[in-house]
Design a protein around this ligand. Structure first.
Ligand SMILES: C[S@@+](CC[C@H](N)C(=O)[O-])C[C@H]1O[C@@H](n2cnc3c(N)ncnc32)[C@H](O)[C@@H]1O
Length: 165
């Protein structure tokens, strides 16, 4: 499985690595260093997901949790096409998306660093996925963050499961 924007590898890559062979990609050297320590059983690559190379039909599944909206939105259709190419036929994409379209913006102090967002709305992503060849199996909403299941989430995000047919 490929984990796009794997961050420090917790909880996603670590949870997946309990059952699957996991490759994580992140553009931050600090995140990749932490992920290597946190999830020694997985493979981590330092790189931009828009320029890393994988063979066609290589992964059974790709996940992207809270990552796509940090990449310039005009690149999102190309990212979805890249993911489609990397998946084996019948492979799955699971991703958090965004409900509304927002022009690129930055927040100066997001937990101490400048953070960038850029995203389309859910209907746009559903069209982009279908144009790339995906079948959307589930389109739902999840609470942001990885808290206890009974904690009230501070925000919610669309969450899709799609299959390469
Ligand atoms: C909000 S964090 C989410 C981390 C992890 N997926 C999670 O759910 O905890 C977004 C991550 O995406 C990474 N990222 C942003 N742009 C990227 C890009 N173009 N290629 C690869 N990783 C990227 C960031 O460095 C960051 O670690």
């Amino acid at each position: 499985m490929l984990d796009i924007g794997c961050g420090a590898g917790v909880p996603i890559a670590r949870t997946l690595a309990e059952r699957f062979c996991v490759t994580g990609v992140d553009i931050s050297g600090e995140m990749v260093s932490r992920a290597m320590v946190n999830v020694p059983g997985a493979t981590f690559i330092l790189g931009d997901i828009m320029s890393v190379e994988f063979p066609p039909c290589h992964f059974d599944a790709v996940v992207a949790y809270y990552t796509i909206f940090h990449i310039p939105r005009e690149e999102h259709p190309e990212l979805i096409r890249r993911i489609y190419a990397w998946l084996k036929p019948g492979g799955y994409l699971q991703a958090t998306l965004t409900r509304i379209s927002e022009a690129p913006y930055t927040e100066d102090d997001f937990f101490g660093v400048t953070m960038y967002w850029s995203n389309y709305g859910l209907k746009d992503y559903e069209r982009i996925l279908e144009e790339a060849g995906f079948t959307i199996l589930v389109s739902t909403v999840i609470g942001h963050g990885y808290r206890e299941s009974d904690a009230i989430p501070s925000e919610r995000h669309p969450f899709i499961l799609a299959r390469k047919d």
